[in-house]
Write a new protein. Structure first.
Length: 123
């Protein structure tokens, strides 16, 4: 069975410099998990879009996508836009099973990471 594809879903920007940290994160996770396990998609302003990533996944025989919204809170984009985009993709590719995780800022581990960063500054 093909493992699920983790899609890091960021807002997007016209500025290439803004995208560098997300691209770096995707590269680091790809090194750790493998090239067929991680993809990066953007909501607005740049590509690849979520639909482009989903289309490539289907072409590569991937049946499950796990979406990690790289947003600090579950605001409008996470509550409305992301589910609508996912629903549209499921209509187009009904063979896909797509799970949306909570936004990264809602994870308890995110608070731990901030506390760790503070400890590094304090030392």
């Amino acid at each position: 069975m093909t493992p699920p594809l983790l899609i890091l879903f960021a807002h997007g920007s016209r500025e290439a410099a803004w995208r560098k940290s997300f691209e770096s994160l995707a590269c680091k996770l790809t090194e750790r998990l493998g090239s067929k396990r991680v993809a990066l998609a953007y909501l607005d302003y740049c590509s690849p879009t979520f639909e482009e990533v989903a289309k490539a996944a289907v072409k590569n025989g991937i049946k499950k996508l796990v979406v990690l919204p790289l947003f600090l809170s579950g605001g409008g984009h996470v509550r409305r836009d992301v589910p609508k985009i996912v629903a549209d993709v499921v209509l187009r590719y009904p063979e896909l099973n797509i799970e949306i995780l909570p936004s990264i800022g809602e994870w308890p581990e995110f608070a731990e990471m901030i506390a760790t960063a503070l400890q590094m500054v304090d030392s």
